[in-house]
Design a protein around this ligand. Structure first.
Ligand code: MG
Length: 377
């Protein structure tokens, strides 16, 4: 009975975390939950703890559940070697430190938190190699690539698909006047607010290019983006001989989450129905319009600059997205703001983690100040 995989979830009340618990609920005999951690949603964390009975819980706010020990920090979860794997499902920079700590402790990571690699991909991947730790991507595109790759040295190119988001067929003028509600109306994926705005501007794809660069060690020239509105092909790779392998499936985050936490095994688990090519009937592909969606170009630029440029991109983007969600700026200004911050950024080529966090907070402050100075009503 006790060869169950021991797992902790950082960010159990978010979109990925709750879906991960749905997966685990179907695979109760395969998993033992060590710890569940949340930010401020203590009501939901309480319900989860009562249902799944982890050994430990942690929340950014005060929480008490009878018979379950409350921890004082995420670090305590990340340094608990009982864990076979930790699912890092929180959003934002809060995921970075516990991920590094878990890697130092030799614990495998199922990684849903983009910021970890966008902010500090070089450091994280180097540490993972040194500690022989597997980083298994949860992001559907990277999970797809992970599933396609057999021999990475024979792969020539990564092809990341993008649904195109809610603005795909809108004109630049329509995008300019898009409301928060229109922006959050994603046609394919149901996700948290921040990532849904990123999907509308295609900055999400930009962040994913940076993620792919670190995860698979590919140059930016060999990472391509293609628009694929149906979100059935989750990404593909091209081998040196021209053979292309794609991973295909219905657009549900349950599948990549389950893959990442059960890897290298596979179980029926959450699968609800069989895939039918005939039902899908057609798949469309087109080139991304870099003029209409310039954020992708910015991400390539930051990625190629390397060092702290991607942490700057991430911080400026997140602050701009928050300002948009607060209705302080229009969605089209996100690009202008991030570009300005990136242009003015003083690059550190091989930063330490402390320097990365400093860039993060400096750029955030500068971005907020700049947005206030715009004085837009
Ligand atoms: Mg994705």
């Amino acid at each position: 009975m006790n060869n169950r995989k021991k797992i902790s979830i950082i960010g159990s009340t978010g979109s990925i975390g709750t879906q991960a618990l749905e997966v685990i609920d179907k695979l109760r005999d395969k998993f033992e939950i060590i710890a569940l951690a949340a930010g401020s949603n203590v009501e939901l964390l309480k319900l989860q703890a009562e249902k799944f009975r982890p050994k430990y819980i942690y929340a950014a706010k005060e929480i008490n559940v009878e018979g379950i020990k409350t921890l004082n920090s995420l670090d305590e979860i990340a340094s608990n070697k009982e864990n076979d794997i930790i699912l890092v499902a929180c959003s934002g920079k809060v995921g970075l430190k516990p991920t590094l700590k878990a890697i130092e402790n030799g614990i495998n990571i199922a990684l849903a938190n983009k910021e970890t690699l966008v902010m500090a991909g070089d450091i994280v991947m180097k540490k993972a190699r040194e500690n022989n730790v597997k980083i298994i991507p949860v992001d559907s595109e990277h999970c797809a690539i992970h599933q396609c790759i057999k021999n990475i040295s024979q792969v020539d190119k990564l092809i990341i698909t993008a649904s195109g988001g809610p603005f795909l067929h809108k004109s630049a003028e329509e995008i300019k006047h898009a409301t928060v509600k229109e922006t959050l109306n994603h046609p394919r994926w149901n996700m948290g607010k921040k990532i849904t705005v990123d999907s509308a501007t295609l900055m999400n794809k930009g962040l994913e290019i940076i993620e792919a660069h670190h995860l698979f060690g590919f140059d930016y020239e060999n990472i391509e983006v293609v628009i694929h509105p149906q979100s059935i092909v989750h990404s593909a790779i091209e081998y040196v001989d021209g053979s292309v392998i794609a991973q295909i499936g219905l657009p549900s985050m349950h599948i990549p989450i389950q893959y990442a936490i059960t890897y290298p095994e596979r179980f029926e688990g959450i699968k609800s129905k069989s895939f039918s090519f005939a039902e899908i009937a057609r798949l469309d592909f087109e080139k991304p319009d870099f003029e209409k969606f310039p954020c992708i170009k910015l991400a390539y630029k930051a990625g190629k600059l390397g060092g702290t440029a991607t942490a700057c991109l991430n911080a400026a983007n997140e602050e701009a997205v928050f300002a948009f969600l607060d209705r302080k700026i229009k969605v089209c200004m996100i690009y202008e703001i991030v570009r300005k911050m990136l242009d003015e950024h003083v690059l550190i080529k091989n930063p330490s983690i402390e320097e990365i966090f400093k860039v993060d907070s400096d750029v955030r402050r500068k971005t907020r100040e700049y947005i206030s100075s715009l004085n837009i009503k």
